[in-house]
Design a protein around this ligand. Structure first.
Ligand code: AMP
Length: 440
């Protein structure tokens, strides 16, 4: 299928070409015709599938006709970074149109947002809190909204935004098209979608299971050895852009500092940073100024940086959903990537949960030539295996994880499978090293 098959306006096709999309991704193939036809859509899709353009293109097509300078499209997203990314996609794809978009989120001055609203925009991409502020102060008229998009609804729910969403809904016309995207469907999200969607078409892409272009491995380790393990990894392997996740803001800050001290071009992205510093980190990572970004989960939402070769979970995430989102940062738009997770003894139950969702055991690796001291990764694996077998027996007939497996099982369509490879390092395509140290 081609973008031309959607019969979009020539100016949109030209923009698609200018941004370099050649063929539609599966979610675009499925969603674009539905949205063009005016249907409500329930999109079960994770980040990295091309879902932003899947709704942005048909929305822009709609906006070509009809009034200008009225808010006709409202997109609600959980984080500033995601709002910026969506706004950017609208701007890039709408580059040949008169239509304009403005992002609205907290942590920055209201003044430019007010100025944009007064000038008149057709698309508002907003985080719930600041949008409600503007609504409360009468700065924004939502009575002309024709299309509402709720993006990453599950994340908004996790972040406690559900009451805000309901408040926002009260200010929108009930006659509208609604597009609802979520990577997972917990009960309250399912209820919300049932309430606000009218006879929706469901589009499901890679529900829950992470992108197949990503290969996964875990490294048993202790908390104390993590810093050294990371440094050892970075030294040994050819990688491109590396995204490292930590559990807390403080750890993100300290780890980015440690990496900088070791001579790596690295930066942090965490919630205590001012918005302009966060944006500078993302921009620097995207532009190649930084090879390594150390981030927390919330801050990382919506980082639109393609070509991340490795996601390293320095700390395992708290939920399987967060794991899916983190590793959705690599292997984006059909490129392959590696996801490595440092796992301490306490993390083993979460490993089992992740394996259940992936439907296969995570390969366990030991970093070659790394001094583990007294710690024996294989011992942690053996204990985990024993515990897992016990719980599998208790579950009766449950899948028995295959630990200590050095051969990665082939993935459907997964170019990233490199069975039998001895070292942990990435594929030959990754020639650039983040170890490109600053001079000196
Ligand atoms: P998203 O899932 O919307 O966050 O998109 C993930 C990444 O894929 C973004 O960097 C998009 O620019 C990129 N992308 C979206 N659609 C396509 C396409 N048809 N071909 C290539 N890249 C795409």
């Amino acid at each position: 299928m081609n973008f031309a098959d959607f019969s979009l306006d020539a100016r949109l096709n030209a923009a698609v070409e200018a941004v370099g999309y050649e063929t539609p991704t599966p979610i675009q193939e499925q969603s674009i015709p539905l949205v063009l036809a005016g249907r409500d859509v329930l999109g079960l899709a994770q980040t990295g599938t091309g879902k932003t353009a899947a709704f942005a293109l048909p929305i822009l097509q709609r906006l070509i006709t009809g009034p200008l300078r009225k808010v006709r499209v409202l997109v609600v997203a959980p984080t500033r970074e995601l709002a910026e990314q969506i706004h950017q996609t609208f701007t890039d794809l709408g580059q040949n149109l008169k239509v304009t978009s403005t992002p609205i989120y907290g942590g920055v001055s209201k003044r430019p947002q007010l100025a944009a609203l007064r000038r008149g925009v057709e698309i508002v991409v907003a985080c719930p809190g600041r949008l409600l502020d503007h609504i409360g102060e009468g700065d924004i008229d939502l009575s002309n909204v024709e299309v509402l998009v709720l993006d990453e609804a599950d994340r908004m729910c996790d972040m406690g935004f559900l009451p805000d969403i309901r408040r926002i809904l009260k200010h929108l016309p009930s006659q509208r098209q609604t597009l609802f995207f979520s990577a997972t469907m917990p009960d309250d999200i399912r209820n919300l979608s049932a309430e606000i969607l009218d006879n929706p078409a469901t589009v499901q892409i890679g529900m829950i299971a992470p992108a197949e272009t990503v290969s996964h491995a875990i490294f048993p380790i202790t908390d104390k050895l993590k810093n050294r393990l990371l440094l050892g990894m970075l030294k040994q392997t050819p990688t491109g852009r590396v995204l490292v996740f930590t559990r807390t803001k403080r750890r993100a800050r300290n780890l980015a500092q440690l990496l900088s001290n070791e001579g790596y071009n690295s930066t942090a992205l965490q919630g205590n940073m001012a918005q302009n510093r966060r944006q500078a980190s993302i921009d620097g990572f995207r532009d190649g100024k930084f090879d390594i970004l150390v981030a927390t989960d919330i801050a990382s939402r919506g980082i639109d940086v393609t070509d991340i070769s490795h996601v390293i979970n320095f700390d395992i995430p708290d939920t399987v959903d967060a794991y899916t989102h983190r590793i959705g940062r690599t292997g984006r738009a059909e490129q392959s990537g590696d996801a490595f997770t440092f796992v301490t003894e306490n993390d083993e139950p979460m490993v089992r949960d992740i394996e259940k969702v992936l439907g296969e055991p995570l390969e366990r690796r030991r970093l070659p030539e790394f001094d583990y001291g007294d710690f024996v990764p294989e011992r942690q694996t053996a204990i985990a295996q024993a515990q897992s077998n016990t719980s599998a027996r208790n579950r009766r007939g449950g899948r028995r994880p295959n630990f200590n497996n050095n051969n990665r099982s082939p993935r459907p369509g997964g170019g990233a499978s490199r069975s039998g490879q001895k070292s942990w390092s990435g594929s030959p395509r990754q020639q650039r090293s983040p170890g490109t140290r600053r001079s000196g």
